[in-house]
Ligand binder design. Structure first.
Ligand SMILES: NC(=O)c1ccc[n+]([C@@H]2O[C@H](COP(=O)([O-])OP(=O)(O)OC[C@H]3O[C@@H](n4cnc5c(N)ncnc54)[C@H](OP(=O)(O)O)[C@@H]3O)[C@@H](O)[C@H]2O)c1
Length: 294
């Protein structure tokens, strides 16, 4: 155990709570930054600080005061997400934190097809410009969310074409994050936290069919079909763009690169979609389609 304090934002969420549990298991000093204390993970030795959100710069500055390192989890997607991230970074810098570890997006750039991915580029730029020592952990889609893309009818619908996704487990992100939070030599580094294989949605559907015994397939929508099929939700344009380009970014192979970084950081191979569905059969419980043909 080290003496320095690590602050974890988004500690009520999937990745933040995993990181917090791993740090607690090692007896590390940590402060969980949450929006609702009642939902903070109950962990031995962890302090809890409540902040209303990333936009509350002064609250967050006070909450991270004294931390040597902050792990910044990106905010829920919104029209103001980039400004929220900038506010969070400003707070962390103003508090005198020594290093910021940010959970970013693979290939972060201003012209990504995947519109939500562009938010991560803007945030990385803001972090670089601030001068704070940083580590970027870039993620593609979570393996864990792939089953949730399957409709109750067994169909994954979206304009993803034959693009490939090197999806990664949240568990592997958390373990890699802990390695960079506790280890030396990660300042200024960008890691691509991917799985060990990149699959098309057609291949993902086959894997999920085989493991679950349900009939699951991929329907490659055109962009027009994708916008039309999502219009019924009445969501704002920025959100529908994000949903549709989730798939269009795959078609453009923005998430296809396989990296060794999870293995390098954790010392073991990343988990696969097959293994995830085998060990989490409930992830496809919502699919009511007939059994896959033999
Ligand atoms: N790679 C992927 O496939 C994928 C999929 C979905 C999302 N993501 C992105 O990756 C992030 C982490 O993933 P996850 O699975 O851990 O997400 P998650 O379970 O939704 O957790 C997000 C965490 O961030 C906190 N948060 C969100 N917006 C905030 C804000 N404006 N100010 C302060 N705290 C905020 C949430 O707090 P509350 O509990 O109070 O809401 C929660 O603790 C997500 O937030 C999202 O940006 C990635």
């Amino acid at each position: 155990m080290r003496d320095s304090l690590i602050a974890i934002t988004g500690a009520t969420g999937n990745v933040g709570s995993r990181v917090a549990k791993l740090l607690a298991a090692r007896g590390e000093r940590q402060r969980l930054i949450v929006r609702d204390a009642d939902r903070a993970p109950q962990l031995e030795g962890a302090e809890v600080s409540v902040v209303s959100g990333y936009a509350a710069t002064d609250e967050l500055r006070r909450a991270v005061q004294g931390a040597e390192t902050v792990f910044l989890i990106p905010a829920h997607e919104s029209a103001t997400r980039v400004a929220e991230h900038a506010s969070a970074v400003d707070a962390i810098v103003a508090a005198g934190v020594h290093r910021l570890v940010y959970l970013s997006w693979v290939n972060a750039s201003p012209d990504l097809v995947f519109t939500f991915g562009r938010h991560h580029f803007a945030t990385e730029q803001h972090i670089r410009a601030s001068g704070i020592p940083f580590t970027f952990l870039r993620m593609p889609f979570y393996v864990d969310v792939i089953p949730s893309l399957v409709g109750a009818d067994g169909i994954i619908s979206g304009p993803a074409g034959d693009g490939r996704v090197a999806a990664v487990l949240r568990d592997d992100i958390a373990e890699s994050a802990v390695a960079t939070l506790l280890g030396e030599g990660h300042v200024g580094k960008t890691y691509n936290l991917t799985g060990s294989e990149a699959f098309t949605f057609t291949e993902a559907a086959k894997v999920m069919s085989r493991v679950s015994g349900k009939s699951i397939r991929f329907h490659n929508e055109t962009m027009d079909e994708a916008y039309a099929s999502r219009a019924k939700y009445g969501a704002p344009d920025w959100e529908v763009d994000g949903w549709v380009t989730t798939y269009a970014g795959v078609a453009a192979n923005e998430l296809s690169r396989v990296s060794d970084d999870v293995r390098i950081l954790t010392g073991r191979e990343p988990g696969s979609l097959t293994r995830y569905v085998e060990t989490n059969p409930d992830s496809l419980a919502h699919v009511v389609s007939s059994p896959a043909p033999e």
